[in-house]
Design a protein. Sequence first.
Length: 472
Amino acid sequence: MNTRDRKDIHRIFVLDTNVLMHDPAAIFRFEEHDIYLPMVVLEELDAGKKGLTESARNVRQVSRFLDELMHGATKNEIDRGLDLPSGRQDNHGKKPASGRLFFQTRRLDSGLPASLPGQGPDNAILGYTVALAREHEDARITLVSKDINVRIKAAIIGVHAEDYYSDKTIEDADLLFTGTQALPADFWETQGPKLASWQEHARTFYRIHGALVRDWHPNQFVYQPTDRGIEAIVRRVDSDAAVLELTQDFGNERRGVWGITARNREQNFALNLLMDPEIEFVTVLGPAGTGKTLLALAAGLAQTLEGHRFSEIIMTRVTIPLGEDIGFLPGTEEEKMEPWMGALMDNLEVLTQSEEGGNWGRAATNDLLRNRIKIRSLNFMRGRTFLNRFIIVDEAQNLTPKQMKAIVTRSGPGTKMVCLGNIAQIDTPYLTETTSGLTYVVNRFKGWPHSGHVTLMRGERSRLADYASDIL
């Protein structure tokens, strides 16, 4: 659905199966426009309803929505179209009728060109769209599909096709909130006359006034690009005033976290969020090699084993292979997840490489850490509640917004959740940088005083990895 189009044109949207499998509430997101569902879409939904996958659950939800809409409807009412409630509510709290939902109730001659032979589902949907365009010459017919190839074929035969836009959190991934903002060079000169500063518990605070603070959010970082410039976190925003707190310097060896020190400004910002007891939800984005997993794991170990703030660390991630699937994995839930947790093992090696105690000391440390770090599968998260846990969700860019909601709502009292990922490396079909669950939570949690976000910029893995990231 493209909101840029004129509202006075009668529009009819033909939905592809993959749109409903991706978002079961899609039929309610087209405002006052009409929706058509070809019979082949219902057939494909019926074929995809079995199983425990996310798409199968979505299909079953679509079927429930359709059943509610058709409840008590006669054949004549179905032919005329079923009223669809809009997403908006009127003054009485009710959702007024908006567009109509039509089903394919009779055979239509598609008139597809000879270049599209066969009776495949995609071609049947294209043919149905062509037939509708001939019958409704005064309306604009649009095929909505998440399948790029279907949209390409539609363009070739002259059918207007669009991607599904309603699931996009932002228009452009480059506009995603980074969690940081550079201060202007004359910041101190303009703030000097009305600047207030004080100290509480050895922490330094400033109260800033002016138009600059209107675009700031709680727990956003502000800094001056110079080497000795201020680095602070926004603690509170009130109209044209904001309270800043100077960040802790985790780049100093004496302030290291489980032996790890920040190597750049963004890593220091990330550690400030990860170690802050008032922040319960943290998102860290960044390319490969920027230290996302290492920083999160170090902060979790420090607060679990040294600070005793959490009872254990839980690590999980989506089990989507980069190449061909290696097949059935024997063993318990934790043993099945171990092949997916190479990042955990690699980072544990870095965190336990101390020479103190020799091989026996390192082995004892590894056993201790393994007892406090649990590996869990996302498949069994539904219905659980985690108390006093430090949860790390790795590769979170492969989660849908619905999956992300299901995971974040598992948090109980005393739990801190950290979501890590790189939206440039999405392996889930039909997910993009703008529709990823990670993008979704970054945008939705922006402004909540108990959450924080930072995007890591600089790789710290090796010269080879940095060079490869730049040129490949």
